[in-house]
Design a protein around this ligand. Structure first.
Ligand SMILES: [Zn+2]
Length: 511
């Protein structure tokens, strides 16, 4: 960091006196510095700026605050925000029947808007400035897509938006379901994305989104639901679009033992490995991101590192859905790009990057009990730089440096979490849970200022949620009753998955 500098021309906002997590500084004891912002970007950072001639810019006295790069929630779905807090003790394969859109009747535009804003507000309040929404709109309705984009735009959070899709039926991609369930129930079993009938979703997405004029804070991505739910031609089309438009891809990989078993069962020609299948199809590369990656085998971890494909860990959901603990230390050792996400509201319950970082830090140490590097700073890097790199925005967000977007989170150090301040990094990761987030800035604009949302009326959003909840609850109750009738067979298939032999372990063994 330069010493005293002249205030850059074009400075519109000067932030003074905060401690700052600068890329190369000590994150345990961050230095005090000033940040000059011009419009939506960081112009310069210095211990102090010499006063410029002419009228001074707007100044924020940020003494007593810690400024960090805004968090990047690198895996999230806004379709089940209203189902938060509804479920426990439900393993992943069964949870999909409660939470995912294919089980529900079509939703109203009002509900889509309310849930999008509510989820994004929770993200914002926990210090996130970017969220990757991998949204299932099923059956697809273009008006709902417009509603979602408008909702994000009105709140002012940055979004990397992908539609979730697949062209294989869920029933064909979950081990044992087809053999266990009587045929009359097959129509009631679905997964995260079901094939759209007579509609080219990707073609529509390319025409209306990828080819549309750019909009601020809106970035596109592709969301093939999971490789086993996408045929090789669909994956090939996905990678072609990603490479032609220079956008990232997000997919679910090996979240559960069931997903690993599915690969062992149907991919004998690739040694039972979905990663080897994707490698053979040319689908592994820096644009690829795999959410979860819990049941990756060691040779698959190595292949991710070799090809530059990354992972997005969603540890809250992995524990709640009884999926297990990913090989975090092994990924770190191999140099795999790591980002963090909070996944669905009904499987993680919290859109909170502090929780995600704490779980990363704690679970890294038990994912391999041999002594390894301290995980607090890697947790913070995964929540910021790692997420930005996964989005393909590594030169735009995730760091506090000249030329980067002014996407910043301000944390109040006058909070019990940070008194006494022994290590900013460890206290952010292991103590703070979001209470101390005071301001959040996206694109140089305060979207949260002194804990108040500046762009939308939060109380009005809660009222919109209350309006749609009776309808949602009615549908959720009907779905719950339907699942209750399926329960004996669901349990039987689950037991077969739990007790099946497999070559790796990511869960305590069933005895
Ligand atoms: Zn997910």
């Amino acid at each position: 960091m330069e010493p005293t500098l002249p205030l850059p021309a074009g400075t519109t906002l000067l932030i003074t006196g905060a401690r700052i997590l600068l890329p190369d500084a000590d994150w345990h004891d961050p230095p005090v510095a000033d940040i000059a912002i011009g419009g939506d970007s960081i112009l310069a950072v210095a211990p102090r700026f010499a006063p410029a001639e002419g009228p001074p810019p707007e100044t924020l006295d940020a003494r007593g605050l810690l400024v960090l790069p805004g968090f990047v929630n690198a895996h999230y779905h806004s379709h089940d925000v209203l189902a938060k807090g509804t479920l426990e003790e439900v393993p992943l394969e069964q949870w999909r029947l409660y939470a995912l859109p294919a089980q529900y009747p079509p939703r109203s535009r009002e509900e889509v808007r309310a849930r999008t804003l509510l989820g994004a507000l929770e993200c914002l309040r926990s210090g996130m400035t970017t969220v990757q929404d991998m949204l299932t709109l099923y059956p697809f309705d273009p008006a709902h897509l417009d509603t979602v984009i408008e909702a994000y735009e009105s709140l002012g959070i940055r979004v990397v938006f992908a539609l979730q899709y697949g062209d294989r039926k869920g029933l064909d991609t979950v081990p044992f379901w087809k053999e266990v369930f009587p045929p009359e129930f097959h129509g009631q079993l679905s997964s995260a994305a079901e094939p759209e009938r007579n509609f080219d979703l990707l073609g529509h997405f390319e025409t209306t989104c990828l080819k549309a004029p750019p909009r601020p804070r809106l970035h596109w991505a592709l969301g093939p639901s999971a490789p086993e739910r996408c045929t090789p031609p669909l994956m090939a089309r996905t990678m072609d679009l990603a490479r032609r438009y220079g956008i990232p891809v997000f997919s679910h990989l090996y979240e559960s033992k069931g997903m690993a078993l599915q690969a062992r069962h149907e991919l004998a020609q690739y040694g039972g490995s979905i990663i080897r299948r994707l490698h053979a199809e040319g689908a592994l590369g820096p644009e690829m991101n795999f959410a979860h990656s819990v049941w990756l085998a060691p040779d698959e971890v190595a292949l991710l590192a070799e090809t530059g494909a990354g992972v997005v860990l969603n540890l809250q959901g992995n524990l709640k859905m009884k999926c297990g603990i990913p090989p975090i230390r092994e990924m770190m050792r191999a140099g795999v790009r790591i980002a963090l996400g909070c996944d669905n509201c009904s499987c993680s319950d919290a859109q909170n990057m502090f929780v995600a970082m704490k779980l990363f830090s704690l679970l890294a140490t038990v994912s391999d009990v041999m002594k390894g590097p301290p995980p607090a700073i890697p947790a913070l890097k995964a929540a910021t730089e790692g997420g930005a790199a996964a989005m393909g925005l590594g030169q735009l967000v995730g760091r506090i440096a000249p030329g980067f977007k002014a996407d910043l989170t301000f944390v109040d150090l006058a909070d019990p979490s940070f008194v006494p301040l022994n290590s900013a990094a460890r206290q952010l990761v292991n103590i703070e849970a979001g209470r101390a987030v005071r301001h959040v800035m996206v694109d140089g604009r305060f979207v949260l200022r002194d804990r108040r949302v500046t762009t939308v009326d939060e109380a009005a959003v809660f009222a919109e949620v209350a309006e749609v909840m009776p309808g949602f609850r009615q549908d959720f109750a009907a779905i719950t009753a339907r699942i209750a009738r399926l329960q004996p067979w669901l349990d039987k298939a689950q037991h077969m998955m739990d007790t099946a032999e497999i070559d790796i372990d990511r869960l305590p063994r069933l005895r």
